[in-house]
Design a protein around this ligand. Structure first.
Ligand code: UDX
Length: 458
């Protein structure tokens, strides 16, 4: 077929690095760009600066094949690429609501002047609806006149821990484009994905649409996922009041294919770099558009999610027999083991992690908190330095008056309650992710509390 376009990925954070590496693996010639020289040096040296299963191997393989390079030069990237993917961060603004687009603006307005031929600039970062039009204006302003540089949007849906698989084998692809040329380039830039699907006898559905819809797809999908999680956590609250078991309720409603059993796990709620920030930015943008009322429920979704964290502190006070003070319970002198600091297992990401937030709340209530996480220790220590960090589960748990399992790592799920029972100070456990078997733990002499489950005594 036609020669494949050369691709660049601007911003080698989680999203850009993963895409750059995976698209090299698909056979494209790729440059990953970042303004951060340390990050680029690491990647060029064959080391992924974050934890993502399978990615290091692919990085090394594709550096060796010379299909993949890294650069800090806009000039080099502009000279090289036919399609430039914008993968920079869109952090939450300091005021807590809207998304900050300064990195998108910098990437586009600094790349564009260096372009020397027609190229396609494709947005991938999660942005407020309307951003693609604004990027088009930026390109018009900063690209040399007469090249006909175009803009398109192609949102991504990758989940941390499954990022390689999600990029190589997406369950759908969305293109927002204005011209046939742009659509054609987008198809060419994703050919590798379609070819792989053909060899595996799969189909990848493609939705080709306008800018606004493509931008909205991403935030709508995340809003739906967040809502599903908060729905089941709201049911957990009702179960707690009624003495029912939300894990069984979830299983029972999940068998209805219209509902589905995925993302219906009650527990500590959602965290991470996407869902919490995206639902806030989505509300802020809808407000600006005069459609704020339509998303008012997302405020409730957020509140339900926050309440789950408070619930763990409340359960801790209950289990430890502590009184509620005016500023919450007093947990002073209680030694509490917190197992899990990342926002989910198989990740080292602690951004908006419910587990780490709860660890901080317990410490603020006076508890002596000892944290252990298989991958997140370094990041956690940087974010919350005044907790005690241990180097193993046993060290965290030793002598504890209470054990809180707050991220469902396999190590914790499979922990032996008999062995742990020997080294704790008292056998009390809060299962913040409903990932333990209450019968197993109670038969080993533990008082068990789950989220939205009936209390079980030893
Ligand atoms: C999410 C979306 O899934 C992904 O499509 C999007 O591109 C980025 O945001 P990610 O942030 O990697 O991905 O995490 P995800 O696996 O979705 O989990 C988000 C949070 O929800 C985690 O804190 C997890 O513990 C929690 N969660 C998930 C639940 O509490 N219950 C569930 O049933 C599922």
């Amino acid at each position: 077929g036609a020669p494949r376009p050369r691709l660049t990925f601007l911003g080698t954070g989680y999203l850009g690095a993963t895409y750059a590496i995976c698209f090299a693996e698909l056979g494209y010639e790729v440059i990953g760009f970042d303004v951060d020289e340390a990050k680029i040096a690491k990647l060029a040296g064959g080391e992924v600066p974050f934890h993502e299963p399978g990615l290091n191997e692919l990085l090394r393989k594709n550096l060796a094949s010379r299909r993949l390079r890294f650069s800090t030069s806009y000039e080099e990237v502009a000279e090289f690429g036919d399609v430039h993917f914008v993968c920079v961060g869109t952090p939450q603004r300091a005021n807590g609501m809207g998304a900050d687009l300064c990195y998108v603006e910098a990437a586009v307005s600094e790349l564009a002047p260096h372009l020397t031929r027609k190229a396609l600039i494709v947005g991938k970062s999660t942005v407020p609806v309307g951003t693609a039009e604004w990027v088009e204006e930026l390109v018009e302003k900063h690209a040399p006149a007469g090249l006909g540089v175009e803009v398109a949007w192609a949102p991504e849906f990758l989940q941390e821990g499954f990022a390689v698989e999600d990029v190589l084998r997406p369950n759908r692809i969305v293109f927002g484009a204005k011209s046939e040329w742009a659509t054609g380039m987008l198809y060419a830039a994703h050919d590798g994905i379609f070819d792989l699907a053909v060899t595996e006898d799969r189909e990848v559905p493609v939705v080709v649409t306008d800018f606004a819809t493509a931008e909205l797809v991403k935030v709508a999908a995340n809003a739906f996922l967040a809502t599903k999680i908060s729905f089941i956590n709201a049911m957990a609250e009702v179960c707690e009041a009624a003495g029912a078991d939300v894990t069984q309720l979830s299983r029972a409603i999940g068998y209805d294919p219209r509902i589905g059993n995925r993302f219906l796990q009650a527990g500590l709620g959602f965290g991470g770099g996407c869902l919490p920030k995206d639902i806030r930015a989505f509300q802020a943008r809808a407000q600006e558009l005069g459609a704020g009322e339509a998303l008012r429920f997302l405020h409730e979704v957020d509140l339900i999610n926050q309440r789950r964290r408070q619930r763990v502190v409340q359960l801790a006070a209950e289990l430890l027999g502590r009184k509620q003070g005016p500023a919450g319970p007093d947990l002073s002198k209680a030694r509490i083991a917190v197992l899990g600091a990342t926002f989910k297992p198989n990740s080292d990401d602690i951004r908006d992690a419910p587990s780490l937030a709860v660890a901080g709340m317990l410490a603020r209530a006076g508890a002596d908190v000892h944290v252990y996480d298989p991958q997140g220790m370094e990041n956690a220590r940087r974010a919350l330095s005044d907790l005690t960090y241990e180097t193993s589960m046993d060290d965290a748990v030793r002598g504890a008056d209470l054990v809180c399992v707050l991220t469902e790592w396999a190590d914790f799920r499979n922990a032996d309650p008999v062995a742990l029972g020997e080294i704790v100070g008292a056998r009390r456990v809060i299962d913040g992710r409903n990932c333990l078997d209450p019968a197993l733990w109670t038969s080993a002499g533990w008082q068990y509390r789950g989220m939205g489950r009936p209390r079980v005594e030893a």
